[in-house]
Every structure is written in C-alpha cells, then in structure tokens.
Design a protein around this ligand. Structure first.
Ligand code: DAH
Length: 353
C-alpha cells in the first residue's frame, strides 16, 4: 500500500503542473480526494491492514491528503492574482502622463465663484465676532412662517411661492416645505442661544418661480442676525457697509429705502448700483440701474418672542443677503442660470481668483 501511496503522490504532482484553469484544478482535486477518488480508495483498504501497518500507512495517507489540498489551494490563489493583475494592467492610467489621450483635457480644479464669495464673507463676519450657522432645507410652517411673524392666511405668504410636501392628514393637505429663505435659521439660532449673540447663516433656498436672467427656483442667501441691548439702525448700516466694502474692494453706490418684511420693523431694501451695466439699465437690474441686494431691518418684537427672547430687554437687526446676486455683481455675470449650470467652462474662469 505504501508503494501505491507513493505512486498517487507522484501522479498528482506531475498532473497539477500541467493545469492552468481553476475548473481543471477542482476536477483534479475530486479525482484524488473525492468519495470515489484515488486516495479514498486506498484509505478504504486500511480496514484490512494490521495495526502496525495502519500506524505507518495512516499518517502517510493523511500527509498526501494535506499536500493535495494545499497545492490545489495555492495554485488557485495564484491564478486569481494573475487575473487581477492582468485587469489592472489593461485599465492602467498613467498619472504622470502630461499630454495624451486622457490628460490633455484634465486641468486643475477650482472653486465655484459662490463658494469663493461665501468664504470671503464668512471670514469678514468671523473677524467681527459672528458665528456661522447652518439649518435644514426641509422645514416646517413654524420655522419658515409662523415664528417669523407670518401667520397662516397672512398675505405676506404670497411673497414667497412655496414648494410644499403633501400631507393628506393635514386639513389643507400641506405638510413640510422646502425653506423659501434662510430666515428660518434666525428662529433656530435664537432658540439655541442667549443674548447677546451675532451669527450669519449661508444656505440654499427654494421658490416655485419661473426662471429668468435674475431668478432661479433654487438659489442662495446669507442670513445675518445680531441681538443684544440697544442695537440701532446705525449698527446695521455699519455692518452692511463693511460687508460691501470688503467684497467689492471699492466704494459701491448704495441706496436705502423702506421695505416691507413681516419679521422686521422698520424694514429696508438696500440696493446697489448695477455693476453689470454701471447703472444704465440691463436685464439683470430690470432696466432700473439698481439691484436689490440686501433686505434688512430691526427684528420685529414678535420674532424675538417666538425665539424665546424678551423684547423689553433686547433688540436686534437682521439681513438676508442675495448671495447669487452678489456673485453676479462682483464677477459681472449677466445670467443667474450660469451659476447652477454645472458647466465646467463657466467654473474654470474663476480658477485664478
Ligand atoms: N427672508 C427675506 C426674503 O427671502 C429676506 C430678508 C429680508 C431677510 C429682511 C432678513 C430681513 O433677515 O431682515 O425675501
């Protein structure tokens, strides 16, 4: 039997050499180790051996079994590695390549102009002791309207065409909404802190509106709020002027006129002279020569109350900067729709800023 075992071992080692496919290797394995396999047949014969013979033949048979198993396993593993390496070589991209099929159109990335301006504004306000806050896009009626002094059925709700989510269980069928302005973060900011405080909050807002050169239904604002004791309109004007000067790096012509927003009293519209047409009139400024950029005002007492603040003790100002419009003015972009176009040729132009 020992001779038989040696023959089996020899047979296996020569046969495995010639194989290079996983399926063939598995077949070979079962030919030797399967139920009716060559080695199993020998092991069956152990029954008829003397105990002394078994002591020698048993361990030898087991050693051959181990050998077959490990050799098959090793060879299959090597085959798999070969296949992976082949695939990697076929799809290789030479990252060091400077010119050629893949690399000629690749150039360094750049930041979106809105990101550039947003970072600049955040730096200006951080240096003046403001925090930078964030808030959710999906909001409820309370944060978007109620707490901002816009109760149900208030005509001011029509100023902002709203994307509502359906809620069949609500009496009017309306559930949550996509925030129409970043003023929602005023409410969250007030509730989470005690005066005095000051913060800004940049973010995307949504309105169910038709688009044109100066309107998008997804656009960006930057909210600001400062609450403390004896805050005045002069404080508001100071911060607005500092902001504009830092952004435009030059004095821009501004005008302040009364504006109505339920959450401020008094409320203002701060316009800047249109930098696209130098105030002559164009599609961006709707031929008026002025662009509404910074609505603002003194926080309405009802809003302070909704935020858990006593209006007898504290007051404050708030503003809601049109971030996309500011980007357009700063870089001379004549259509807001370029900003969300995703066209890399547009973004590339701001790389050097
Ligand atoms: N939330 C207003 C809008 O989107 C803009 C605004 C106006 C924000 C006056 C303010 C403010 O904080 O004081 O139309």
């Amino acid at each position: 039997m020992l001779v038989k075992l040696e023959e089996i071992e020899k047979d296996f080692t020569t046969r495995i050499e010639a194989l290079a496919k996983e399926a063939d290797l598995l077949n070979l394995k079962s030919e030797f180790l399967g139920k009716a396999g060559k080695l199993s047949e020998v092991l069956k014969g152990l029954r008829n051996c003397s105990p002394e013979e078994r002591k020698v033949i048993g361990p030898k048979a087991n050693a051959i079994k181990d050998l077959i198993q490990t050799q098959i396993h090793k060879k299959i593993e090597a085959l798999e590695i070969d296949i992976i390496n082949k695939k990697l070589n076929e799809n290789a991209i030479d990252l060091g390549l400077r010119k050629g099929r893949f690399s000629s159109s690749l150039s360094g990335g750049g930041l979106h102009p809105r990101t550039l301006i947003q970072r600049e504004i955040e730096d200006v306000f951080l240096s003046m002791g403001f925090e930078v806050l964030d808030g959710p896009h999906i909001e409820d009626d309370v944060h978007n309207f109620e707490a901002l002094n816009i109760p149900a059925d208030h005509p001011a709700r029509d100023m902002q065409d709203t994307f509502w989510f359906n809620d069949p269980s609500a009496s009017d069928g309306k559930g949550n909404l996509l925030r129409t302005h970043t003023s929602t973060i005023q409410v969250r900011g007030m509730k989470e802190r005690k005066p005095p405080f000051r913060f800004i909050a940049p973010g995307t807002v949504f309105r169910c509106e038709r688009t044109d050169a100066s309107h998008e239904f997804v656009f960006n604002q930057l909210e600001g709020m400062m609450v403390g004791k004896d805050i005045s309109i002069s404080n508001l004007i100071y911060f607005m002027k500092t902001l504009l000067k830092e952004i435009f790096k030059k004095d821009v012509e501004v005008r302040l006129r009364p504006g109505f927003f339920p959450f401020v009293e008094p409320g203002f519209e701060l316009d800047i002279s249109c930098l696209i047409c130098s105030g002559k009139g164009c599609s961006v400024c709707k031929q008026t020569g002025w662009v509404e950029l910074l609505p603002c005002g003194m926080v309405h007492p009802n809003v302070l109350v909704a935020g858990g603040i006593d209006p007898a003790e504290y007051n404050g100002f708030a503003f809601g900067l049109g971030l996309d419009r500011l980007v357009m003015m700063k870089y001379g972009i004549d259509d807001i729709r370029h900003l969300n176009s995703g066209d890399l040729r547009f973004n590339e132009q701001f790389k050097s800023y």
